[in-house]
Design a protein around this ligand. Structure first.
Ligand SMILES: *Cc1c(COP(=O)(O)O)cnc(C)c1O
Length: 363
């Protein structure tokens, strides 16, 4: 926590606003809107997953539709497609950002059109905080007139050509889950340019209650709004988001400084115009065996590290889904490792990690 979270939570208690609405919700939304700029509107919700679910519904996805989704991501990007009875079409990544490949995206769209089934939406992800190739992906989506849902769950504080991630798609989503760069313990947000869409999102997120003195419903709704108590935490967290990004980038730079000379280790560089919050510091090793050797050596020192996300097209739960893949994300999964990356790590912590890696690689 940064410092003022408790104050805002106390305000919620003192004013007795213990509800999924109230002054903290409004102020948290305002602070995110100020951070993202560009006149964007934000609705804070119970989770990033809820935000993706609502985004899909708002762009008109219904049962039987195809939705393109970056395969290299966390399962929460893809799960909401199935909540609506739609079908994910998984698209592999390119090597420069590890995100959705423009070439394979276009192939997937063209293949859909050829069988008379135009994909209804594209879920593109700024994985580990690195922006996807926004210009290329946006141009393809525009060419075929398909909306982009920008999964910015891991990328608050990242920018593409100086524009904040979260506001680059037709709809954007953020997450404030406990493991993200800032947190409300659990929470998320939907980002839109359109105030009417925000209103519709809030309507759906609060059980789709029609305007009437009694309880009247003409739509199926959800209970997805953020609590005023948690929004208090969010307000405090927004005051330190820039510090958190600085700390995460500091971790990454330190790993590069100490390990970057080793030919066995590859770090993902920022292409020109791409600015990553470096949510997690990730490395690529020469083989699965060496990756595992390092992961286990770290574990023996009681240091947790994790393989990169397992691509969705390789997940048992999504077996049988369409896929446009070229082996890139599978290779990243096999050789990649997320190193300890918390915003509260001190130099001594990082040195312990570095020492184990050096020892393991040098023998
Ligand atoms: C965390 C995450 C989500 C989901 O956010 P929750 O708030 O945990 O529901 C979606 N996409 C990606 C890429 C994530 O990392």
């Amino acid at each position: 926590m940064g410092g003022n979270e408790q104050t805002y939570v106390n305000e919620a208690f003192q004013s007795n606003w213990i509800a999924p609405l109230g002054p903290n919700v409004d102020a948290f939304e305002k602070s995110i809107e100020n951070f993202l700029g560009n006149d964007l509107k934000v609705a804070v919700l119970s989770s990033g997953t809820a935000a993706i679910h609502l985004a899909l519904e708002l762009v008109g996805v219904v049962a039987g539709d195809d939705v393109i989704c970056q395969s290299f991501t966390f399962a929460a990007s893809a799960n909401p497609i199935t909540y609506l009875g739609a079908r994910p079409v998984f698209v592999d990544s390119e090597r420069e950002t590890w995100n959705i490949s423009p070439k394979l995206l276009e192939e997937a769209i063209v293949a859909g059109l050829a069988k008379g089934k135009k994909p209804k939406a594209i879920i593109a992800v700024h994985l580990y905080g690195m922006p996807y190739k926004v210009s290329e992906i946006t141009a393809i989506a525009a060419k075929f007139n398909i909306p982009i849902i920008e999964d910015s769950a891991e990328a608050l504080g990242s920018t593409y050509k100086e524009k904040p991630c979260g506001g680059l798609g037709d709809l954007g989503i953020l997450s404030f889950n406990g493991n993200k760069i800032i947190t409300t313990s659990g929470g998320g947000a939907l980002v839109t340019k359109n105030i009417e869409l925000k209103k519709k999102a809030v309507f759906l997120a609060t059980q789709a209650r029609d305007e009437a003195p009694h309880y009247q419903h003409t739509h199926v709704g959800y209970n997805y709004r953020m609590s005023n108590v948690l929004a208090g935490i969010g307000r405090g967290q927004m005051e330190v988001v820039n510090e958190r990004v600085k700390a995460r980038r500091g971790n990454f730079d330190y790993y590069v400084e100490k390990l970057g000379r080793l030919t066995e280790i590859i770090f993902l560089e920022e292409p020109i115009g791409f600015y990553s919050n470096r949510w997690l510091s990730c490395i690529l090793l020469p083989s699965y065996e060496i990756r595992e050797k390092i992961r286990i050596a770290l574990l023996e020192e009681n240091i947790e590290s994790r393989p990169l996300w397992k691509p969705m097209h390789l997940q048992p739960v999504f077996m049988g889904c369409s896929q446009f893949v070229d082996g890139t994300s599978e290779d990243l999964f096999n050789r990649g490792l997320c190193l300890p990356s918390g915003s509260n790590l001190i130099k001594n912590d990082l040195d312990r990690v570095i020492e184990v890696i050096l020892k393991t690689l040098v023998v």
